[in-house]
Design a binder for this molecule. Structure first.
Ligand code: C2E
Ligand code: MG
Ligand code: MG
Ligand code: MG
Length: 291
């Protein structure tokens, strides 16, 4: 295949070589370029964390904030994670980046909780790659130690696909992390290949209801039924629930009425750079009414 492309290229002359390269070569070159750019970005300190509030619906208190990765390019352009995390995962760079995310989120939480009676926890997203052939529990222990972050302030968001790995390593790591006092949330719950038995087998404390279900509540009956089903499973298993992507008061009311404890979304606050997050926290406080 590659040979015949080469043959064509030679036939057509050097200038046409690019044109005849097979699609997969172009793709992998793009990926390599992205990886290289990402490596430079990390060295130059272009990665940053935004924070988005998680609100307790009943009280309107901010109890937690999710750390969301952004890449701020030299020109000021902000690149969202969906555009670079897949490449970071494929190349393994995510292990290093993920460590930086954990470290930074812990440092930030320690600072914002310094003079706070009721702490605001921080939730960090983890990739499967960080669990496999990596001493994640050791890394987390070291970071908590170095930053002085209380383990109870740190939540880890994992996906259903991690639990599908079904490896002893994953289970043991989750048990160790749980034993250290961290809480574990399943992100985008309901979108993966959920087997409900996971919820009993792993030390999971929280389900995050995916935005795609929340979006059409309360208008679409089938989405309402799905949300209610997730909430009743969570209640039966004593899991905490967070609704993602809450944008309207009608969504928040519906979720609260059906027993969802926490919500996160544009209705309460968009993900913000640290300085803005700290300013909002100082102005509104954690216990002031966010709802
Ligand atoms: P996620 O963990 O499910 O994060 C929630 C996403 O929903 C965020 O997108 C957030 O900005 C967006 N969102 C929040 N509220 C609303 C809303 O009301 N409406 C709408 N339309 N969207 C809302 P974001 O920041 O682009 O992150 C996308 C995904 O990238 C995350 O999804 C997470 O899977 C991944 N990600 C982000 N940061 C990290 C990280 O540090 N490490 C890893 N491994 N993955 C990360
Ligand atoms: Mg998340
Ligand atoms: Mg999510
Ligand atoms: Mg999501």
């Amino acid at each position: 295949y590659a040979d015949s492309a080469m043959y064509h290229a030679k036939q057509m002359g050097r200038n046409n070589f690019q044109f005849y390269q097979p699609e997969f070569t172009r793709r992998s070159q793009e990926r390599l370029a992205l990886e290289a750019a990402l490596r430079r970005a990390q060295k130059k300190g272009e990665l940053m964390l935004y924070y988005q509030p998680q609100i307790e619906l009943q009280s309107g208190r901010m109890v937690s904030a999710e750390a969301l990765l952004r890449w701020r390019r030299a020109g000021g352009e902000i690149v969202p994670p969906d555009r670079f995390i897949p490449a970071a995962e494929a190349s393994g760079l995510i292990v290093n980046i993920g460590e930086w995310v954990l470290q930074t989120a812990c440092e930030d939480a320690v600072r914002w909780n310094r003079e706070r009676a009721e702490p605001v926890r921080v939730a960090v997203n983890l990739s499967t790659r960080q669990f496999v052939r990596n001493d994640l529990a050791g890394t987390v222990r070291r970071i908590l130690d170095e930053t002085g972050c209380n383990p109870a302030w740190l939540e880890l968001e994992i996906t259903e696909s991690l639990l599908l790995e079904d490896s002893r390593d994953v289970a043991a790591t989750l048990e160790t992390l749980h034993g250290m006092g961290l809480s574990i949330a399943i992100d985008d719950f309901g979108t993966g290949y959920s087997a409900l038995s996971y919820l009993n087998r792993f030390p999971v404390g929280q389900l995050k209801i995916d935005r795609s279900f929340v979006h059409d509540v309360p208008e679409q009956r089938d989405k309402c039924e799905l949300v209610k089903a997730i909430l009743s499973i969570a209640a039966a298993l004593r899991l905490e629930t967070v609704a993602e992507g809450v944008e309207t008061a009608a969504q928040a009311e519906y979720l609260m009425a059906h027993g969802c404890r926490l919500a996160q979304g544009y209705l309460f606050g968009k993900p913000m750079p640290l300085a803005e997050f700290n300013a909002v926290l100082a102005a509104k406080g954690a216990s002031a009414s966010w709802a």
